[in-house]
Ligand binder design. Structure first.
Ligand code: HEM
Length: 398
């Protein structure tokens, strides 16, 4: 059977125009078919906050273990409790808010360097110049692999998160082959770096994972390599999409640029609201482990369910004025980082990168505006709630 991450976009999102602005379509789906069975792919779609939350909260009934990409190495993202806990325990403490806070000066320094390269030019390509390099430089430094390999990672990571645009067997085989090749390339890359660390451990994450596991012996070497690959990839596009989305919001609500400068205490709320409003990851998937009834319909054992965070985050039953961007929204229980046992391990790091990026941008640049006539294209399916590039003009702050 087909790996679930290689299922094409559903009918509602069959054109780039529709993917570019999925929110009105998702609103209609919440109102008309809040939980529905998609005959074409044999999968379910959950659009309401209540249902998405319930599904993510209950790994016993809704498992993360299913055929994702025709691969069979156990991975943190695709194992259920209690095995899942063993994966998390290996990196306990590494990504806590307190542990990542130590990285703030270095993140600030990288941003200073990225903005120095563009601030006198009056314009930048948000993704290429800032939003893409920052997360990959940060995670490469944490892992302890050369930052100079970052364009190479970027290409492999782009390949690994590419979905299929249509249902043809030809597209499927082509994308699958490219993805498998990218994964093998990254695995070999980490095998090389892991071998170096076995001889000479350092303070980095490659060493940490190897030695933490040596004590507990919960993963084999292939699983460690897969874990390292996941860590490299997981924060890439997602954090890039967050930073790009924040610049987008700054241009859509220009008054917020001066306001954030005057009231920096709004920055964390602005980051949370961007996560809710333009989520980097539009949906997750789960497999029913048993027949389960929701809203009078029965999801049968082994059927797959799409959990639509991009829809849940704008559900009026949970968020007042959901289509309004409000950096003071309190509470803001978006589920962009997921929910429950698989809640994003890197969330504290992503939040910190987002907060510092926003602070440095509003302190360095002003009058940010989308380049006139720029065409805003969505990122390829399945991460389509983000944009490929967001070129802006600006002035340098005195
Ligand atoms: C898990 C989103 C940044 C590492 C997840 C999940 C989501 C998510 C939705 C849950 C997956 C599931 O339940 O199946 C995001 C977003 C980010 C971001 C929106 C940025 C804005 C990062 C960063 C890292 C990271 C920077 C780097 C360390 C992980 C890992 C998991 C994960 C390792 C798997 C956790 C587990 O399965 O227990 N992320 N992520 N993420 N994320 Fe992130």
């Amino acid at each position: 059977t087909r790996g679930s991450s290689l299922i094409p976009p559903m009918e509602e999102f069959n054109t780039e125009e529709k993917r570019a602005n999925p929110f009105p379509i998702l609103k209609t789906l919440r109102e008309t078919t809040p939980l529905r069975y998609n005959e074409t792919y044999g999968t379910w779609d959950a659009f309401l906050y209540e249902d998405c939350h319930r599904i993510l909260k209950d790994p016993k009934t809704f498992s993360s273990s299913f055929n994702r990409d025709n691969r069979n190495v156990e991975n943190i993202i695709s194992v259920d409790p209690p095995r899942h806990q063993e994966f998390r325990e290996l990196v306990n403490g590494v990504f806590t808010p307190k542990a990542v806070a130590d990285m703030a000066p270095r993140i600030r320094e990288i941003l200073g360097f990225l903005l120095d390269a563009v601030k006198d030019q009056g314009r930048m390509n948000t993704v290429y110049d800032v939003a893409a390099p920052l997360p990959v430089m940060v995670i490469a430094e944490l892992l302890g692999v050369p930052v100079t390999d970052r364009l190479y990672f970027k290409e492999l990571s782009d390949t690994l998160v590419t979905g299929v645009e249509d249902a043809s067997e030809e597209t499927y085989q082509r994308v699958l082959a490219k993805r498998n090749h990218a994964r093998e390339t990254l695995t070999d890359y980490f095998r090389h770096h892991l071998n170096l660390r076995k001889e000479q451990p350092t303070e980095d994450l490659v060493s940490h994972l190897w030695y933490a596991n040596a004590e507990k012996q919960v993963l084999n070497e292939e699983q460690i390599l897969m874990f390292l690959t996941t860590l490299l990839i997981a924060g890439h596009e997602t954090t890039t999409n967050l930073i790009t989305a924040m610049v987008r919001v700054l241009t859509e609500h220009p008054e917020l640029q001066e306001r954030l400068l005057a009231e920096p205490e709004l920055i964390p709320g602005f980051v949370e609201e961007t996560l809710r409003y333009y989520p980097s990851v539009p949906k997750l998937m789960r497999r029913a482990t048993t027949d389960v009834e929701i809203r009078g319909q029965v999801i049968k054992q082994d059927e797959l369910v799409n959990v639509w965070m991009a829809s849940a985050n704008r559900d009026a039953a949970k968020f007042a004025n959901p289509d309004q961007f409000d950096p003071t929204r309190q509470p803001n229980a978006h589920i962009t980082f997921g929910f429950g046992n698989h809640f994003c391990l890197g969330a504290p790091l992503a939040r910190l990168e987002g907060q510092i990026a926003l602070e440095v941008i509003v302190n360095t640049l002003c009058n940010l505006a989308l380049v006139e006539g720029a065409k805003i294209e969505p990122t390829p399916y399945p991460l389509f709630t983000a944009v490929k590039e967001y070129p802006v003009t600006f002035e340098k702050r005195a």
